[in-house]
Ligand binder design. Structure first.
Ligand SMILES: [Zn+2]
Ligand SMILES: [Zn+2]
Length: 374
């Protein structure tokens, strides 16, 4: 297939000047850039053509050769006019991936330099700090009311000596040996190349000695006291987010978040199932048999409850809305009270006589309904 004319590729006239060529190139390269056209083979091809055309037409010497000899000027082994060395021999061949003067790094900067800043100062993007997790155990009472508390956490915080730069303050800077001062590193394959910040100098192009305190990390592990608020209704495993209290961000990035993972200490007499609370309530034989107004514990303190005549052991009563508050949305669970008949442990002969007197109250065998196949 015949190679397309470089001027045609850029859509410019043969007498177009530098400015017009550059403008046309920028427009087309942006249009066909692989980052903007992922997995588009045609764009990829056009991007390659546009870059190749610009590579030649933006270089005065190559442009002169192209104008004189066309594509043949860049064929390996081409012998131009008198004293004209093949271009391939001088430059090592046309290699779009070369990182020479007009390598892709510079083309990338031509393209995006105005977006990302100056050519030299290709700064890597700030990175957000890490999210941290902290296990916090609280009492059921505090889970009921909600609470605030102070916790101490160890976390990466900006270094006090270098203020997060990782460089020893006042030290002299030298050109980064890895990127030779460019601040960028090319990566990718074939003609699809990307400029990323040089990892050795973080895109600065120069290096300094590492901060003596943090060893170049820019952060040190510090203990910080943080006051946290726990909303009412939290349960085992509830995550409470404390925005911005995670690890320090890198290069001015946002700090991460702190997540409190809650666990609730078991309570001596309340058991929690979801947002409902369960409590066993011992009553005397008299109270159960005769009915009574008795005091019951709730999360709000003691409350009174009436049990009817003939209350059975194991019978459940519900106190509506006396459970744990719902974490999401208003309202609360319920409290369930399970009646336990308390029998005195010390029973004298006299007591026995009294108890025997109530035996006729049982008109039927209480275990009748448990009769089964024998
Ligand atoms: Zn430091
Ligand atoms: Zn570097």
């Amino acid at each position: 297939m015949a190679k397309k004319d470089y001027y045609e590729i850029l859509g410019v006239k043969r007498d177009a000047d530098d400015k017009i060529i550059k403008k046309a190139f920028r427009k087309l390269a942006r249009k066909y850039h692989p980052d903007l056209n992922p997995n588009n083979k045609e764009s990829e091809q056009r991007f390659k053509e546009v870059n190749e055309a610009y590579e030649i037409l933006s270089d005065p010497e190559k442009k002169k050769q192209y104008d004189a000899y066309g594509h043949a000027a860049f064929d390996a082994g081409f012998q131009g006019g008198e004293g004209f060395k093949p271009w391939a021999e001088r430059t090592g061949g046309f290699d779009f991936t070369s990182t020479g003067d007009r390598g892709v790094g510079s083309i990338f900067e031509d393209l995006f330099g105005d977006v990302f800043g100056t050519r030299k100062g290709y700064q890597p993007a700030p990175e957000p700090g890490k999210d941290l997790y902290y296990n916090l155990e609280i009492d059921l009472e505090n889970a009921y009311t909600g609470t605030s508390t102070n916790i101490n956490i160890q976390k990466e915080s900006p270094c006090d000596r270098c203020y997060g730069t990782g460089e020893e303050p006042g030290a002299t800077r030298t050109t980064c040996p890895a990127c030779k001062g460019k601040g960028t590193r090319e990566s990718g394959r074939g003609f699809v190349r990307y400029s990323t910040a040089c990892p050795n100098c973080n895109g600065k192009g120069s290096v300094s000695s590492k901060c003596r305190l943090c060893g170049g990390k820019g952060t040190t592990l510090k203990s910080e006291q943080i006051s946290v608020k726990i909303p009412p209704g939290v349960d085992n495993g509830t995550k409470v987010r404390v925005a911005g209290k995670g690890g320090a961000g890198i290069r001015g990035g946002k700090p991460g978040d702190l997540y409190l993972i809650l666990s609730i200490r078991s309570h001596p007499f309340f058991e929690r199932k979801g947002d409902d609370l369960y409590c066993e309530l011992p009553v005397t034989i008299n109270e159960a048999a005769l009915g009574a107004k008795i005091e019951v514990p709730t999360m709000d303190g003691m409350a009174s409850m009436t049990i009817p005549t003939g209350t059975q052991g194991g019978q459940m009563f519900r106190l509506k809305g006396k459970g744990m508050p719902h974490l999401k949305g208003g309202g609360s669970g319920d409290q369930y009270i399970k009646i336990m008949i308390a029998i005195p442990k010390d029973i004298s002969e006299e007591d026995k006589g009294i108890i025997r007197k109530i035996s006729p109250m049982y008109k039927e065998n209480p275990r009748d309904r448990l009769r089964w196949r024998r």
